[in-house]
Design a protein around this ligand. Sequence first.
Ligand code: PYC
Length: 434
Amino acid sequence: MTLPDRQHTRRRGTRRRLPGGRYSAAQLLRHGSTGRPWERAWREHDLAPSYDVVIIGGGVHGLATAYELAARHGITRVAVVDRGYLGGGGSGRNTAIVRANYLTPEGVRFYDRSLALYRQLARELNLNVMFSRRGHLTLAHSDSALRTMRWRAEVNKLEGVDSEVLDADEVARLVPGLDVSERPRFPVLGALYHPPGGVVRHDAVVWGYARAADGHGVHLHQGTEVTGIDVRDGRVRGVETTRGRIATERVVNCTAGWASLVAGMAGVELPIVTHPLQAAVTEPLRPFLHPVVVSGTLHVYLSQTDRGELVFGAATDPFASYSMRGSLGFAEGLASHVLELLPALAHVRLLRQWAGLCDVTPDFSPIMGTSPVEGFFCNVGWGTYGFKAAPAAGEAMATCVATGTPPPLIASFGLDRFADGRLVGERGAAAVGH
Ligand code: PYC
């Protein structure tokens, strides 16, 4: 895909660095030996009495939207407010997988744009976000699953996205140790193979967007909780926070977990149910697993980090909740499912587990665009797809906020589709069981 020219970000006050804002090896050594603290990646500000745009949620979606507003549209009087810390929600709790092998043409086009932006994000933000193209395999354990994989492959190809169905022997060559015998409860019959998929360092994406947005003059307010949204005569007038009132005519809801509560403050009802999604990581192992491997039937997905740890995820917790605690039941289920695929991992130790919150919509597609309240915009309902979507969502939402109209890429994802019955059914592309 050809991308339009995107200007590179330059932070203010980086004149002493090499072109592109990098430090030379000598500068790094000199600085490291002085014991002086590193320059802060973003600044703190007093809350201004008014902003042109207030973005609620300091995760990748909020930060990407803020960055795009400032860098691409010249709207720099922007505040990002978060009741916790930047990247403390889903952005720091996901399994860092990126891919574009969705089921609907709308989904494939959207995530393909996001993947294209991820590929060049390090250059765009001048920070190594460790994009790693690994290939992405979604295993099929039944004839009907194989049929869905063929369907996805065909939709992907029609949209110019590289995906194909592999047989079990070809899958075995890509995943050493995978049990492709006929013994398992769910034998591997084949897989949807999507070579452009991979992983990205999620924290680095948060820090890169935050630093670049700050460099363009965006104010990042951590520890600032929104307690109310002032709507009069059908339009946004301001935001109440724990640090005071902000006058603004444009608010973007970029929260996950609390999206429906925040929208409710503006009087907007969202068809969202929130489920925790747990994940876990093992001790480091020698590198053996290159691709990302997903089994929807066994409710498991795994990849190996550059440090050698295996990152595992499974199904969402089967009840609506705001809990971000790990559970023993999850770890047991996860381990038994992983071992059905890769029995040789039997003695590997889990190091830690955690949970994030997923806002699931009825069609498993996000809600992006305007709302019935003028000036209240939504970038929510990402379910289990949020991290991989952030660059394209930020780009499209910034255009929507700047112009008042959702660009064609996100036109199908408006809130009104639920009333009009124009759903974009994306459940069949979920890596995560629900
Ligand atoms: O959709 O690839 C995915 C995914 C993996 C973990 C959560 N979502």
